[in-house]
Design a protein around this ligand. Sequence first.
Ligand code: C2E
Ligand code: CA
Ligand code: CA
Length: 811
Amino acid sequence: MATNDQRPAAKASPERSSLDSGPRFRLLVERSSDVFYRIRLTPEPVLEYVSPASQAVTGYSPAELLDDPTLWQELVHPDDRALIPDGAFIAAATADELEAPVVLRWVRRDGSVRSTEHRSAAIFAEDGALIALEGVARDVTARITGEEHVRAADARLRDLLSGIDLGALVLDRSGRVEFINDFLLGLLGRSRDELVGQDWIDFAIPEDERAALRETFAAALASGAGAGQREDGIVARSGEGRRLLWTSVIQHDTDGRVVGLAGIAHDVTEARRIAAEHARLAAAIEQSAESVIITDPATRILYVNRAFERLSGYVSSEVVGHTPRILDSGVQSKAYYDAMGAALAHGVAWRADVVYRRKDGSHYRVSSVTSPIWAVDGSITGYVDVGRDVSHERELESQTAQLVRERALITDTLRRLPSAGNPEATAELFCRQVASLSDIVVASVLGFESDGAASPLAFVVPGSPDAGLRRFTVERSRYLHGRSAAGPWVSEWIDDPTHPYADIIRNLGVRAFAYAPIQSQGALHGLLAIASSKPDGVARLSEQLGALVDFADLAGALLGRQLADRGVARRMHTDLEGVIEKRAFAPVFQPIVDLRNGLTIAYEALTRFADGAAPDRRFGDAAAIGLERELELATLEAAIGAARRGISRSKFVHLNVSPELVLPGTGLGELLRDVPHRLVLEITEHAIVRDYAAFRTGIAGLGRPVRLAVDDAGAGFSSLRHILELEPAFVKLDISLIRGIDRDPAKQALVAGMRHFARTTNCRLIAEGVESEAEAQTLAQLDVRLVQGYLFGRPAPLSPRSTQGREGSGP
Ligand code: C2E
Ligand code: CA
Ligand code: CA
């Protein structure tokens, strides 16, 4: 408990103090929840008295506070310390402004913050000098945090309203703008200064709407009731009008008096414009002379127009919800619908003359275009079919004229056809379109390989399921290939049991085939064939031959690239198989040298191909066509065989392997199992390891210890993660980092960084492609000890000499 005795400074003060008053008053002070205090100001502010309530505010008892009379200053929140001793705290007291309290924050012993409101009085010496402060402090923490919450919530709301893509407006009860947000100002093209305080209706509302709105506003204020929605126009500075959809509430003060109105507005200008446009379009479609059918993606009818109703004899309600099949006359084949479906699925508009059945059973003919309807996100949301009644026109047209039209329509569709994922899929799509020619029972594309072998890419029988792809005999292939050189032809079908599709052809009663070569850029890729089962098939197909040649040209454009690529891949495959089978390669070895003593510690096995192909290209090609594993195993076997015979067992042998080869089941384990050398597997950094866990399992399953090296580090593929995951014994710095390192501070810095990284991850660096003394010296300075490169030895076949270990260079 604080007593006067514990305040020696106070005894020495001559001035009169209210805190020295009688015992009753003292009791009050000591029991009050307010903190009473006295601070002596000269020579520096020290606490002379504080009442027990200080404990609650600061966590310190009066005794503790008085024991260290400047401690109180340290307890003042750092942000408020400026208020003492020369700041507002004392100024307020000297001005005797008891009514304008100062608020100070205190950091309590437990770290929490309290706020106190101070009212103090100044004590002056006889000579008029200010010597002390006496005051009372009240804990107002609860009040202040409460106010802060409200303020913060207010600020957040205001933030929201300012940033939002909606208009926000507050009007006072006379209709003047109190608050307006940026979005609304943006719509008006005006600044806040122009608007605040203005009459909203006069300022922003189109003249012809003002009177009505004023009435509504007055009525709303008068009724004082709730929220409402309405749409109003506004006029921007530019004179441009916009439509806003408002949701507003009448606002009241705490006594329930109406103070004004607050509203949030959507800009619906664009939506209204689109709606108006839709209405216009809908009217146009409704009144169009052409029949219009709109369906959903599942081809259920959503809408038909009046022209459709007139033509078909159906009323809208009878067809909506059905598919257009209800109009099927039986005149179009299933192939027709298949082809149409395929074209639409690929986003290609379908044009054709179609015969539909009326409600009364009679037929009518329309020239129709069916197109997909695209959504903004690129998906198909439905189809629209626009048809012109051509029943009368067609009756007058000749048979040939109709054929010409039909071809033109099919050509048009084929021309827009995209190529599918592979030649077979593209050919299938193509044949479906071709098969929609009248009276065609087969459409087929076959491809020639480089040796002339023919294999079907598609064999489409309209209305039947996929016949599957069957191979042609060598004889027939040769015949078709030879015949193709002379251009298109038509031939009568003579039953041939060796034909792969003989059964189907027989069942269809085929009488004749027509063929047209598929070419692109002068190369023959295949044949397009169609068949007819009409008794006069040869004559009919002869008539179609011109169209067939046109279609084959389109097939060449569509399929040529795909088939050519496949040809290249096939050839590469054959070549590589030859290389592997004939072992047309040989291992070479390049020394890895310790710079400190010039000793060779290891050899890296590399491969040279007999035909001189660059090894990285050849391994890359092998990977591209799926022969990587075979080639790697074959070259590894050769390297291991040579190493056994020619490399001392004290050396490491480095082998290049792709990550896939390490996975279980490739045969790598068997190959490496009893190689006597210590082995290092170099995993190139370019080959992404897809699954590190599987990779580690593979390494563990090799059945012998191996070390790992990360190859080509720094070759431009992010690698630190790779290194961390693989935990290699060696990291090989790529030649691109080493080349000219003696003259390149950036490369030096990179290598120094890698050196540090290697040390912390406990692996060793090998610098690749060292060609000059200067590079070697710089590497030595950077503390990279292991090096490989032409300076120390080129990759070379093993000679007895190269196993001796001290040589510095190859042959
Ligand atoms: P790599 O594994 O990074 O092999 C190092 C390449 O750098 C070798 O090229 C080597 O001849 C070359 N080299 C070594 N020192 C120097 C030098 O001082 N200056 C220059 N300019 N080049 C130097 P190579 O033999 O043409 O092999 C190229 C890539 O082909 C190899 O890169 C490796 O990824 C792959 N490769 C070669 N042989 C095999 C093999 O048997 N199996 C596998 N999987 N890949 C191989
Ligand atoms: Ca390597
Ligand atoms: Ca390398």
